[in-house]
Design a binder for this molecule. Structure first.
Ligand code: FAD
Length: 449
């Protein structure tokens, strides 16, 4: 029986899950709802040529069964760090190829979803503006009586009725800063905002992570800047750097660890004994989600307060070329990394602009409009520590009353909290595969009516 799956959001997560749904879903029809180009999104759609991936090409395949897929497509060596913009083109090519290989099974709706109404049954789509008329079955879907999927309401006035809905709308928005400045840039990814700043006045960046590095590279890219870019954060920690050559991961022995304290002690000891700490950090990656869920809520809270920032600096590292550029900028006095509180930063008026590079915020404040509406209606609820939304272990969303939506799924960065590693491509690729597999209709059991 042909079912309709609505995928809301066509960034990396939306593209990868669409591809897996086509591969695994036999005859399923996928409606991708995305206002921009599929494969764009914050990370890859808006990147400039100097923005490189912070993972090696060998880790970035879209295909869980073909780890060298991106390497072959790009012609890179597996250890290379390629431009993020190129990776956006790759995702687009992956999407186009998947669509071409499964004719008639994908429909792209260039619109934004404003609401999801669960339980409205299967089928498809609806032409027409200003409210739209629901025409079950139009566009290739089959109505499954009582199937209880959902209706996705779009901002062009149409609706998509689906048997399953996958939410792939990206992560929380950037953490809001309590700032008064005539030129406060809350979203550094908005095209053109950084290029418009004068090169002869200093710019203050709030945050010293990967976003601040991206912004510093953009502000200095044309070589005309004479005034420094000053990046501040509470601890003043910059991301650490990859080595040029990749070393195989080394898994620390965590079997005897019962508490967060045990884990930290074991990892520090293993990293201290190793010639290089990086393989130890990389070796933990497949175990991080299990470690995270095994922690008590108090331990998770302590990790977030005291260790998460340092962990991120070790785990999400800069490409060597990017790190070399950062060193050169610091030596030239064009980039200063400072430690301090943001609100009381002196001489704010001297800065041409203050740019928010603080990274994702917590929900519900950092929810986009759709997720905000879902939370308000009680259709979803906050996950642990308000880092994302609550899900069951398979990725099905949990409603405010604790019920698990059988056919409403979540993929990508909003899983953070319920899981830990959920933002990078290898994890999203694995989520997409599992989701498509779980979504496959189960064969009827012999003898069961
Ligand atoms: C700057 C940056 C660099 C990164 N570099 C790397 C890296 O080198 N290696 C790595 O492994 N990972 C990297 N990541 C992490 C990871 O790849 C991204 O987080 C990933 O792209 C997440 O994809 P996504 O599709 O879930 O979210 P997004 O890319 O944010 O895409 C979400 C999509 O949903 C759409 N959308 C939002 N709301 C709606 C709505 N209401 N209706 C319809 N559509 C909607 C948006 O238009 C967007 O296209 C990076 C992340 C960032 C931010």
């Amino acid at each position: 029986m042909r079912r309709t799956v609505a995928v809301v959001g066509g960034g990396c997560s939306g593209v990868l899950v669409t591809r897996e749904l086509l591969r695994c879903g036999e005859d399923d029809h996928v409606v991708l709802v995305e206002p921009g180009e599929p494969g764009g999104g914050v990370a890859y759609g808006n990147a400039q040529p100097w923005h490189l991936l912070n993972s090696r090409a060998g880790a970035m395949s879209a295909d869980p069964d073909d780890p060298d897929h991106f390497v072959r497509w790009s012609g890179a060596a597996p250890a290379d760090f390629r431009p993020r913009r190129e990776y956006g083109r790759y995702l687009r090519a992956v999407f186009d190829e998947a669509v071409a290989a499964h004719p008639g099974r994908v429909e792209v709706r260039r619109a934004r979803a404003t609401r999801i109404v669960p339980g409205a049954g299967g089928g498809t789509v609806v032409p027409g503006a200003g409210g739209g008329t629901v025409v079950p079955g139009a566009g290739g879907g089959t109505v499954v009586p009582g199937a209880g999927g959902g209706t996705v309401v779009l901002d062009d006035g149409t609706r998509v009725r689906a048997d399953h809905v996958v939410l792939a709308v990206g992560g929380p928005t950037v953490a809001r800063q309590p700032f008064e400045h005539p030129r406060y840039i809350d979203d550094p990814w908005r095209p053109g905002v950084l290029e418009a700043l004068p090169a002869d006045r200093p710019v203050l960046l709030v945050g010293t992570g990967l976003t601040a590095v991206d912004v510093a590279l953009t502000l200095t890219a044309d070589g005309r800047r004479t005034a420094p870019v000053v990046a501040i954060s509470r601890r003043g920690l910059l991301p650490l750097t990859h080595t040029v050559d990749a070393a195989p991961p080394a898994v620390p022995d965590l079997d005897d660890c019962a508490t967060l304290r045990d884990v930290v002690r074991t990892v520090r000891a293993a990293a201290g004994e190793a010639a290089d700490w990086r393989p130890v950090v990389d070796g933990m990656r497949p175990y991080l989600d299990r470690l995270w869920v095994a922690l008590t809520p108090q331990e998770q809270g302590a990790f977030l307060r005291h260790l998460a920032r340092a962990w991120e600096c070790h785990r999400h590292r800069m490409a060597p070329e990017v790190a070399a550029r950062v060193v050169a900028l610091r030596e030239a006095g064009l980039l200063e990394i400072r430690r301090g509180g943001v609100a009381a930063w002196p001489g704010l008026a001297d800065y041409a602009a203050v740019v928010n590079c603080a990274g994702p915020g917590r929900l519900p404040g950092a929810a986009g409009p759709l997720v905000g509406a879902l939370l308000e209606e009680g259709l979803v609820r906050l996950g642990p520590h308000d880092l994302g939304l609550d899900i069951d272990p398979a990725g099905r969303l949990v409603a405010a009353d604790g019920r698990v939506h059988e056919r409403l799924w979540l993929i990508g960065p909003l899983r953070r909290g319920a899981q830990w590693e959920t933002t990078a491509v290898p994890e999203i690729r694995a989520q997409a595969h599992r989701l498509a597999t779980d979504l496959r209709p189960r064969p009827a059991l012999a003898g069961v009516a």
